[in-house]
Write a protein that binds this ligand. Structure first.
Ligand SMILES: [Zn+2]
Length: 282
């Protein structure tokens, strides 16, 4: 898009009209239809849904960035396909590309230099997929597990899960380490100045409750005999602390349970999908 058009688009999301000098715009690939390192992939239909859901969403830089200057907002998103490139399961490659903006301030000038210089490269997204389909037998594994385990090969074909029925997109972020199974939700936003940000705060609250109950469930699984009192402790923990605890509990629980059960449980945990590392476009 030309600069003028870009500016017009992004000014739909600002409280006052911003001049070209005030804003920094860049584009990111949020996710694609490639089978990721969790052996899951978005369908093109899911990517289309995400392209609508991510417009207006705020992204964050680094897990500990609390300042509102360390955020960028997506103001347009679209699918781009590449007929030359095929995914590992033989589909035409399609990615979800977004344009984002930041208001330039003295405190984010270094960050902008890093984005320009290609240092901030890994992008993670989190969204809610209500349905996961086994690529081998077509079963809806979010309802009932099938006998296939993703990542395993059956008759020469690798099993993966298709992420479908996208219900919501929560956030996108730049992270140092690409997302992995059980990595959890990273973090959210401090400001609740306008409506969109209020919505984010509500989403955050919902997510906090979700992760608390997941952590409590995991505590019971990990320490069945001494799990009383966990609820009180969990109640006082921050989102970051909960994510950390969840990660180690997942390792603990999934390491000890039988493979079949742990695969199913991992599924339950990874409803909040975190996509793998993606590149910022220059
Ligand atoms: Zn199956």
């Amino acid at each position: 898009m030309e600069e003028e058009k870009l500016l017009e688009e992004l000014n739909k999301f600002t409280r006052r009209k911003l001049s070209p000098e005030e804003v920094y715009t860049f584009s990111v690939i949020l996710c694609d239809n490639e089978v990721d390192r969790d052996n899951e992939k978005f369908t093109v239909k899911s990517l289309e849904k995400l392209s609508r859901l991510f417009v207006g969403k705020t992204g964050i830089f680094d897990h500990n960035a609390k300042g509102s200057n360390q955020t960028a907002r997506i103001f347009s998103a679209r699918l781009e396909s590449n007929p030359e490139r095929k995914t590992s399961d033989g589909e035409e490659y399609v990615c979800l590309k977004a344009d984002a903006y930041m208001v330039r301030t003295s405190s984010n000038s270094d960050l902008i230099k890093e984005i320009d210089g290609g240092i901030k490269k890994e992008v993670s997204v989190s969204c809610l997929a209500l349905k996961k389909t086994c690529s081998i037998c077509g079963a809806n594994v979010s309802k009932q597990p099938c006998r296939h385990i993703k990542g395993n090969v059956y008759g020469g074909k690798k099993c993966f899960y298709l992420l479908e029925d996208i219900a919501d997109a929560y956030e996108w972020s730049f992270v140092a380490v690409p997302a992995q199974v059980g990595a959890g939700i990273t973090k959210f936003f401090a400001s609740t100045q306008n409506q969109q940000e209020t919505e984010f705060a509500e989403t955050e609250k919902k997510l906090l409750e979700e992760i608390k109950s997941e952590v409590i469930k995991l505590c019971f699984l990990a320490y069945p005999s001494s799990s009383k009192g966990f609820e009180k402790i969990v109640e006082k923990m921050s989102l970051d602390e909960l994510c950390e605890l969840k990660k180690s509990l997942v390792d603990c629980v999934c390491g000890e349970l039988k493979p079949q059960i742990s695969a199913v449980y991992k599924e339950d945990l990874s409803r909040f999908k975190l996509g793998g590392g993606k590149q910022i476009e220059p």
